[in-house]
Design a protein around this ligand. Structure first.
Ligand code: HEC
Ligand SMILES: [Cu+2]
Length: 488
């Protein structure tokens, strides 16, 4: 008996090993076969590639046969706006950051024409991660201003790939915006969806801090230290918020082509209030389902798909969340259509919950009491200085360092008609928080601001700063006024 069992086990093991050997043989054969097939896919017609500026993508490949695809891409060095009042010299593929979206299929033979505009100052090139060949085309495409380089490659592997400039110093060319995406669709195309969009994250390094005005030069040392001033989607703060938000209707299936140009930071890509039904992990064949946050490496990509079920604004972020609320890595998706209360009820009730001795809506304070000896401002200048520091530390995360807020989420304090109309109301909001619908500069907000645990002196300083900045009404605020509202 014993012997028998042993034999059985051994036989099973041998069978198992055999199966493994057989399977791996199969896998090798298959990928080899696939590869050979792809190389031999015939190409007999020629067409110009449709190139699009972000967040749009060219028409799906569908069932079209492989062709000789001519890509005509022009490099432009041009000034753009990083955020309000901040200018930056971008280096671009096609005039935008990220560069033009290129859409191909396996078997295509891409004839790439890289043009360096004569007004540009520097040579550039392109390394496409979809190329099998040295440098991804970098050496072959190295092109001086006023020149055009042509090279061609056979598209072998399906997936979503990053392309970027690889001219030394490579990091600097990427940091200035020289990256984009090229999609290689499989035979027969990707399954159809209702809406497709193109988003790419990038980190930027400027001599001035976030929001420092004027033309900001690239800062090499900050880039080396990986201390980004801006982390943004599609090249600048607000590229995809407010009127530039992506849109969809309830019930539609969305596909996002998401890339990360880097040069340094890895993205924890997340959509607040959505779950990705499907993620092509790293832009390849592996499909994960029901994903909350997907990691997108620098120089990598992912295809994410989800159905939008509930109307409203969805915020796309790098979930390394200070990047989202303090450095710009925030985009928006507006979904229109009918509510479905089975999926999301919205607020059902707001009951008062008051454990003994507690106060509603107060922010946790470190320690129990305020410092006893508070430094009091002795002049207007000092009030402004203390007020600005307090503002940057407590308010800017939501209302933004420039006071402009974030549409549909945080109302502006800059030039705010609501703020300027009533000082006591503003003091009350800081002391006690605010919920419910309000209209600021013609736009509706319906959210919650928690009470800010600040002393009378601090409220005075921060409001003095707010009222005397960004075109506001320069009202005077005193500790007595704050005290009066507190004692009401
Ligand atoms: C956690 C995010 C958050 C923080 C931090 C925050 N606020 Fe607000 N604030 C909001 C939201 C949200 C509203 C709108 C509330 C509503 O819809 O009723 C608001 C409204 C206001 C308003 C009235 C509307 C307007 O635009 O004039 C003022 C004034 C204001 N906040 C000032 C401040 C100041 C000053 C600070 C810092 C001491 C601060 N807030 C900190 C989120 C925040
Ligand atoms: Cu370059």
């Amino acid at each position: 008996m014993k012997v028998n069992i042993k034999n059985k086990v051994v036989t099973k093991m041998l069978l198992g090993l055999g199966a493994v050997a057989f399977l791996s043989g199969c896998i090798n054969d298959q990928s080899d076969k696939k590869y050979n097939d792809t190389v031999e896919i015939p190409v007999n017609q020629e067409m110009m590639a449709e190139l699009t500026a972000p967040p749009f993508v060219p028409t799906p490949v569908g069932k079209r046969m492989a062709k000789k695809l001519i890509v005509d891409l022009e490099i432009q060095e041009r000034e753009g706006e990083m955020t309000n009042g901040v200018k930056y010299i971008y280096w671009t593929f096609g005039g935008t950051v990220p560069g033009s979206f290129i859409r191909t299929r396996v078997g295509d033979e891409v004839e790439f024409h890289l043009k360096n505009h004569p007004d540009n100052k520097l040579p550039h090139n392109i390394d496409l991660h979809s190329v099998n060949g040295p440098g991804g085309g970098a050496e072959a495409s190295f092109v001086a201003p006023g020149h055009e380089k042509v090279f061609s490659f056979k598209v072998l592997n399906p997936g979503l790939y990053v392309y970027h400039c690889a001219t030394a110093p490579v990091g600097m060319h990427i940091a200035n915006g020289m990256y984009g995406l090229i999609l290689v669709e499989p035979e027969g195309g990707l399954p159809p969806v209702d809406k497709e969009y193109y988003i790419m994250q990038g980190d930027f390094y400027t001599e001035g801090e976030y929001g420092a005005r004027g033309l900001q030069p690239f800062d090499m040392q900050k880039a080396i230290n990986e201390k980004a001033d801006y982390v943004v989607f599609n090249g600048h703060v607000g590229a995809l918020t407010g009127d530039n938000a992506m849109t969809a209707n309830v019930g539609e299936k969305i596909r996002l082509f998401v890339g990360n140009g880097g040069p340094n930071l890895v993205s924890s890509f997340h959509v607040i209030g959505e779950i990705f039904d499907k993620v092509h992990v790293e832009g390849g064949d592996l499909i994960n389902t029901n994903v909350q946050t997907t990691l997108i490496p620098a120089g990598g990509a992912a295809i994410v798909e989800f159905r939008v079920d509930v109307p409203g604004s969805y915020i796309l972020v790098d979930h390394s969340v200070f990047r989202a609320f303090n450095k710009g890595a925030l985009a928006m998706f507006k979904v229109n259509g009918e509510e479905d209360k089975r999926i999301f009820s919205g607020e059902i009730r707001d009951d008062i919950y008051l454990p003994e001795g507690s106060v509603i809506q107060s922010m946790p304070t470190s320690g129990t009491s305020k410092p006893k000896e508070e430094m009091k401002a002795v002049s207007f200048e000092e009030r402004m200085k203390f007020g600005k520091d307090k503002y940057m530390a407590t308010c800017a995360a939501c209302h933004q360092p420039d006071g402009k807020g974030i549409e549909s989420a945080f109302p502006p304090l800059a030039n705010s008609d609501y703020l300027n109309a009533d000082v006591n109301r503003a003091i009350d909001i800081i002391l006690h928080g605010k919920t419910g619908e309000i209209t600021v500069n013609g736009k509706k907000y319906n959210s919650v601001m928690t009470a800010q645990a600040l002393s009378d002196e601090e409220v005075t300083n921060v409001l003095t700063y707010v009222y005397n900045s960004w075109g506001n009404s320069k009202k005077e605020v005193t500790p007595e006024m704050v005290q009066a509202v507190r004692n009401k």
